[in-house]
Design a binder for this molecule. Structure first.
Ligand code: UD1
Ligand code: CA
Length: 467
């Protein structure tokens, strides 16, 4: 169920597209569902901003059911009738599915183990409806579970707004995860009414409906209440995000990664890090970033959607996006690798060097204060401090090619398109506008002239004036 608006968030974005652990809430739930059943058996009920939600998770190849007007969780299941029953059930026709598992699109910490347990419990109990519950210290806002005298059987679920003061004291809450007997669900679902505080059809009322129809409703309690927490408010999302990221850090620690002060790091759910890599405080590893073994990622570095080989050193304050770094490279402090930067084995990108869409060959160095964009730089190249590739003429981008073994003197500007041949030298402070052949020296600057005694003469002239 992912059709709701998320009114309590006060957001222009649909609730299920808010991110925790660097990924939309709904994407977490779908990924977990896919561990239990194949995508073709997953139906996502969308409604509020349906097209945006569909687009955000379209890559998963799940099915979608449109709940054009969102009239409650019960109504969400009503509109899914055809998708789940197929051409029908009853009158000798068989339902498409025997069991339907319902997941809340806004509770992203649920695990596949727990979903499987719920499903197995439903089957083993031969129940019509099974719900997953948890004991919360603060059950406020959740539906409360009314059991039949401490048994597995459930009489009803009461929503916060309808609960009596006595019922509000119940700490066992409905998690919003259920397993239903599909034909029975649709045989009885039309008995739901919307005469309640929200004027909605509550799926939770199915417990009472089945109970009255003498069908079996049972509850299974998860010991890890954290798994079922919903994200109705920004505060709840903050709590879930922190939980998820800390769990991610634990997973990495268990796999041999050292993380100092994990509470200060922001590591997204899908990030991979190999053993013996050390992550210092205040590091952000985002999106699909993959980091090799024996790396050191120093403080204040922000690495997004990038791949780093083994033994890479990232010095403090390095920012990187959509880039690739080979083994043994050294970056930073304060390097900025923009999309499409490929740094070769053992290469160095140093202080205040900005790169974009470049290849920097094996062992090449650009250690200080440079802009390198749209460039192909060979192996063993030395890029002097302050070198600039002038890649943009105001309309188009052009390429700079620097072949193996080239030495670019400090403060050079390379006006693209331009090529510096293998082993050539570019003298410091040159403005290079024409190709340089291999092994040549290119000087692109005015010759120095010296005016003997000039400074002294100036000083004396000033003294004269003051007198
Ligand atoms: C629901 C349960 C409550 C339970 C809690 C657990 C009901 C009536 N209440 O409350 O007992 O303790 O979850 O987190 O079900 N949705 C739709 N279509 C709609 C309405 C909602 O698809 O018309 C989706 C929402 O996008 C959301 C999920 O269903 O992903 C749950 O809806 P929400 O409004 O968050 O229900 P809660 O108030 O949290
Ligand atoms: Ca909710």
């Amino acid at each position: 169920m992912a059709a709701g608006k998320g009114t309590r968030l006060k957001s222009k974005h649909p609730k299920v597209l808010h991110e925790i652990g660097g990924k939309p809430i709904l994407a977490h739930v779908i990924a977990t569902a896919q561990k239990v059943v194949p995508a073709q058996d997953i139906f996502v009920i969308i409604g509020h901003e349906a097209e945006r939600v569909r687009e955000a998770v379209a890559g998963t190849s799940v099915n979608f059911v449109l709940q054009a007007a969102q009239r409650g969780t019960g109504h969400a299941l009503m509109v899914a009738r055809e998708a789940l029953l197929g051409s029908g059930s009853g009158n000798g026709k068989k339902s498409k599915y025997d069991q339907v598992i319902v997941l809340s699109g806004d509770a992203p910490l649920i695990t596949s183990e727990t979903i499987r347990k719920l499903s197995a419990f439903h089957t083993a109990q031969k129940a019509t409806m099974a719900l997953l519950t948890a004991d919360l210290d603060d059950p406020y806002g959740y539906g409360r579970v009314i059991r039949k005298g401490g048994r597995v059987d459930v009489q009803a679920i009461v929503e916060e707004k309808s609960a009596t003061p006595q019922q509000k004291k119940i700490r066992e809450i409905n998690s919003g995860f259920y397993a239903f007997d599909a034909p029975a669900l649709y045989e009885h679902i039309d008995r739901l009414s919307n005469e309640n505080a929200h004027g909605e059809y509550y799926l939770t009322d199915m417990a009472g409906v089945f109970h009255r129809a003498r069908k079996k409703v049972v509850a299974i309690k998860t010991p890890d209440a954290g798994e079922v927490l919903g994200s109705n408010t920004r505060t709840e999302m903050m709590v879930l995000d922190a939980r998820l990221r800390l769990a991610k850090c634990r997973e990495l620690l268990e796999n041999g990664v050292t993380i100092f002060y994990p509470h200060t790091c922001v590591i997204d759910s899908d990030v991979e890090v190999a053993a013996d890599t050390v992550i210092e405080p205040f590091v952000q590893l985002l999106g699909s970033t993959k980091i090799g073994a024996d790396c050191r990622i120093r403080s204040y570095s922000v690495i997004g959607n990038s791949v780093l080989g083994d033994r890479v050193t990232v010095r403090p304050g390095t920012i990187m996006e959509d880039s690739q770094v080979s083994a043994g490279a050294v970056l930073g402090p304060y390097s900025h690798l923009r999309p499409g930067s490929e740094v070769g084995e053992g290469a160095h990108v140093g202080n205040f060097v900005e790169t974009k869409k470049i290849k920097l060959g094996k062992g090449s160095k650009a250690n200080h204060l440079s802009y390198l964009g749209d460039a192909e730089i060979g192996e063993g190249v030395n890029i002097g401090a302050g070198t600039i590739t002038c890649n943009y003429d105001g309309v188009n981008k052009h390429k700079t090619v620097i072949e193996d073994g080239v030495f670019i003197g400090s403060d050079s500007t390379l006006v693209a398109p331009v090529k510096i041949g293998r082993g050539a030298y570019v003298a410091a402070a040159s403005c290079i506008t024409e190709d340089v052949p291999a092994d040549a020296l290119a000087l692109g600057r005015a010759r120095q002239s010296v005016k003997e005694g000039w400074a002294r003469a100036k000083r004396e002239a000033q003294k004269e004036k003051r007198r």
